[in-house]
Design a protein around this ligand. Structure first.
Ligand code: NAD
Ligand code: UGA
Length: 434
């Protein structure tokens, strides 16, 4: 079985590396020549725990190849996975230009029957469009089937999710094509659900929208906890014990970020609007999340009055721990708002600084360690719950900061521990320690 993977970003690269690890011959193709050069030399352009050693092992064993050449990638492929980006347009709709472009290229270069399997998150109906594009441009004698195979991996635990995911969804209107894709995944022993294409496309959006809803819901409850003197951790624990609710995705914080929840929730609202069904619940989820990202700055102002000229340490830049991805990270909103208030910012992240430095305007000093960020600070804002930040002894704050005030957007410390230190501590949905 010869597999090509189009797009070597978070999803394409993880898919390519893991399929090679399962023993398949895989060619990953990307239009970004720098990325491909790096990958050919066995280096990963993204930070993803465990990925680089697996990448190197499979490059050396010659199961995994990287190219920018569509002829090399597509001509002899039996299966082509599409894993290119589907970013949002200004109005929240999905920008399908990369999916359309790759579909055209596939049609141009295939020389045999092939199954095109879409991993990119695409609005319902897109796989039919992909099929139409390919059928219009491919050599007439060839047969192409298009299968929807949405991806559910999380950044930071992508390998675990690939090898031990909860389910694999295969959407196809062709039994033979679905069975072939199923066979690829059989060694994983993960439950496989076969369904029609449109339902598979919808499963992806509904999953992300539901998870985002859980987060905005728990964040709303957290605000109520703050107002009435309850503790969100106790509340989340209490409701999560109900099997119908479950304990996951009930971590209150400063909202969801990343490349998917923000764009996929907006895309689903857009899709709903297109079929005259205003999705009010999801609109509220998005609005709650937007407000949630600003909460640390609101709290900092309540504690310090004006932030003008104040020195603020921002701990954590990535949208979640164990990734260098800063797309839609709460830290970016926080930093922009702090800059607008006239604050001086020292920011630290174990791996995301190069990505953050590319998008943030001047006025932010990036430090090489936590202590340098805290040194002389009037307040510290925790934006990402990296283990390194969670395990930082609390006396470091009192030793290094000008005034030890912490706004913890990720509830990294236990209130019992904080009470033993001369620290002002405001977290999310828990009593403030002042
Ligand atoms: P990404 O931006 O990291 O990677 C996309 C890659 O596609 C880039 O390297 C880009 O250069 C390449 N590309 C663009 N046009 C191409 C073409 N014509 N041929 C070959 N390569 C091309 O994106 P990502 O985060 O991997 O997401 C990809 C898709 O998977 C999106 O639809 C996303 O919603 C979905 N998804 C992402 C995640 C995640 O955790 N990042 C999880 C599940 C699903
Ligand atoms: C999410 C989904 O979990 C994946 O299943 C999906 O494949 C992926 O989106 C996608 O479609 O791209 P990811 O964005 O990588 O994965 O990371 P998550 O762990 O879901 O976290 C997303 C955001 O929600 C982070 O900012 C995180 O801090 C926040 N979050 C998560 C909370 O605020 N509370 C929680 O309880 C959980």
């Amino acid at each position: 079985m010869r597999i090509a993977v189009a797009g070597s970003g978070y999803v394409g690269l993880v898919t390519g590396v893991c399929l090679a690890e399962l023993g398949y011959q895989v060619i990953c193709i990307d239009v970004n020549a720098d990325k491909i050069k790096m990958l050919q030399s066995g280096r990963s352009p993204i930070y993803e725990p465990g990925l680089e050693p697996l990448l190197q092992r499979n490059v050396i064993s010659e199961r995994l190849h990287f190219t920018t050449n569509p002829e090399y990638a597509y001509t002899n492929a039996d299966i082509i996975f599409i894993a290119v980006g589907t970013p949002e347009l200004k109005d929240g709709a999905t920008n399908l230009k990369y999916v359309e472009a790759v579909s055209k290229t596939i049609a141009e270069f295939i020389k045999d029957d092939v199954i095109v399997c879409t991993k990119s998150t695409v609005p319902v109906g897109t796989n039919d469009k992909i099929k139409e594009i390919i059928n219009n441009l491919k050599p007439q004698e060839l047969h192409v089937e298009v299968v929807s195979n949405p991806e559910f991996l999380r950044e930071g635990s992508a390998l675990i999710d690939f090898f031990h995911g909860d389910r694999i969804v295969i959407g196809s209107n062709n039994h033979q094509a679905a069975t072939l894709i199923e066979q690829i995944y059989l060694p994983l022993n993960i439950p496989i659900m076969k369904t029609d294409i449109k339902s598979a496309e919808m499963i992806k959006y509904a999953s992300n929208a539901f998870l985002a809803t859980k987060i905005s819901f728990i964040n709303e409850i957290a605000t109520l906890c703050e107002r009435v003197g309850a503790n969100i951790e106790e509340v989340a624990n209490g409701i999560g014990k109900d099997h119908r609710i479950g304990p996951y995705f009930l971590q209150a914080g400063i909202g969801y970020g990343g490349s998917c929840f923000p764009k996929d929730t907006k895309a689903l609202v857009q899709l709903a609007g297109n079929v005259q069904h205003p999705f009010e619940l999801l609109k509220a989820v998005i609005e709650v999340n937007k407000l949630q990202q600003s909460i640390p700055v609101v709290k900092a102002k309540q504690l310090l009055g004006s932030l003008k000229g104040k020195s603020v340490a921002v701990l954590g830049l990535a949208f979640k721990p164990n990734t260098d991805d800063i797309r839609e990270a709460a830290s970016l909103v926080i930093i922009q708002e702090l800059l607008a208030e006239g604050a001086e910012i020292a920011a630290y992240d174990p791996v995301a600084v190069p990505n953050a430095a590319r998008v943030l305007e001047k006025g932010v000093t990036f430090t090489k360690n936590i202590k340098s960020a805290l040194y002389g600070a009037d307040i510290a804002i925790i934006a990402t719950e990296w283990e390194e930040i969670k395990s930082l002894p609390l006396d470091v704050y009192s030793t290094y900061m000008n005034t030890p005030i912490i706004v913890d957007g990720r509830n990294c410390y236990s209130l019992e521990d904080v009470r033993d230190h001369p620290i002002t501590y405001v977290s999310v949905g828990r009593p403030a320690i002042i």
